[in-house]
Write a protein that binds this ligand. Structure first.
Ligand SMILES: *Cc1c(COP(=O)(O)O)cnc(C)c1O
Length: 360
């Protein structure tokens, strides 16, 4: 068996020990005589899995007691509607920073339910930077302030959070959750699709301050009301049982590696290997500069579309897959989530050096 280095933006590579453990337990979980996939979500065995998953997530992220953890479905994209349905309930207004496609989708969906104010945008330069935020443009009576903390497609991230005062900060952390420690108490709501840094597609995690639950708009579908899921321990209906189990294994792996502080250190090291090479290369160039650079998604170009295509094809033949950039940026993108080992990044850089020599 030859496993490749998978630089996909998502669904993405998972830690090998997690996959191995899941394989070992595939036919029979503990002494249950069945696979986790086959278990009733109402069984004692499964309840222990979801409880352990929540408790590990709370401990790994230091989630304060006044926050609920919800295990949902529908992807981060469903949250684009669920958030305004539940949170736009006082003034019916919300603030947005447009830093890419996901942030813009969140804004457009929310605008169907209330008045959305664009505080700043970086669309003028293909979202290749995080715009400066002018506080006088913040609405102090907004029901929430939305950011996409790490911009998966464009490779930027908020190095500092906007100071929103009493306005709850809502963050799409789909592509950066668990990559470094965050102070959860600074947020009203954090959400993430699991398929980047947490597990398989199909699970969406929401971490929400309790006081933001319980004021959904009247016409909110039952399944889109956070209260429904908070009141039922994410078991109003069948939760994505297997995805939650894999997240539990991923969290155990993170703890074994030293937690989020160790993840951050490793992620900074991996990103430095790649950015340092890009900054010294005569052929390849990073599309993002300075402090806005993402630790998770690294887009780069040669400036020549044919050469980009040749690189992507040769990389694939050498076992570096899914390295083609998003069509709106072109070029390449290496997503280097927690589960990408540093050897994967080092080998990619060696491959890039060789390609550069051969194509000088
Ligand atoms: C992938 C991604 C999404 C979309 O997630 P789905 O789970 O496919 O809905 C949203 N936001 C960000 C930042 C993403 O990376």
């Amino acid at each position: 068996m030859n496993r490749v280095y998978n630089f996909s933006a998502g669904p993405a590579t998972l830690p090998e020990p997690v996959l191995q453990k899941a394989a070992d337990e595939m036919l029979c979980y503990g002494d249950s005589g069945q696979s986790v996939m086959e278990m009733s979500h109402r069984s004692k065995e499964y309840q222990a899995i979801i409880d352990e998953c929540e408790s590990l997530l709370r401990s790994v992220m230091s989630i304060p007691d006044n926050y609920k953890v919800l295990f949902l479905q529908g992807g981060a994209s469903s949250q684009f509607a669920m958030i305004p349905l539940n949170l736009m309930n006082k003034t019916g207004k919300a603030d947005f920073v447009l830093t890419g496609q996901w942030a813009t989708k969140a804004y457009k969906e929310a605008a169907r339910y209330g008045e959305c104010n664009v505080v700043a945008s970086s669309k003028d330069k293909t979202f290749s930077y995080i715009p400066e935020l002018d506080k006088s443009k913040f609405n102090p009576t907004a029901d929430y302030f939305h950011i996409c903390q790490n911009n998966t497609i464009y490779g930027t991230r908020f190095a500092e959070l906007p100071e929103t005062g009493n306005v709850p900060l809502v963050a799409d952390m789909s592509s950066c959750i668990l990559s470094e420690p965050v102070d959860v108490s600074k947020y009203g709501l954090i959400y993430a699709g699991a398929q980047k840094n947490m597990g398989p597609a199909g699970l969406t995690v929401v971490i929400i301050r309790e006081d933001l639950i319980g004021n959904a708009k009247d016409f909110t579908p039952t399944m889109f009301n956070y209260q429904t899921h908070a009141d039922n321990g994410s078991m109003f209906n069948t939760p994505p049982t297997y995805g939650i189990y894999i997240l539990k294994l991923v969290l155990e792996w993170i703890i074994e590696k030293g937690g989020l502080t160790a993840m951050k250190e490793l992620n900074e090291k991996k990103a430095a290997v790649l950015y340092n090479f890009l900054d010294s290369s005569k052929l390849f160039k990073a599309t993002v500069q300075g402090k806005d650079r993402s630790l998770m998604n690294v887009p780069f170009v040669t400036g020549n579309e044919e050469l980009d295509a040749k690189f992507v094809a040769e990389a694939k033949k050498s076992g570096f897959i899914n390295i083609k950039g998003h069509r709106s940026v072109g070029g390449m993108r290496a997503s280097i989530y927690n589960a990408m080992p540093i050897e994967g990044v080092e080998k990619l850089v060696s491959f890039m050096e060789k390609f550069e020599k051969e194509n000088a």
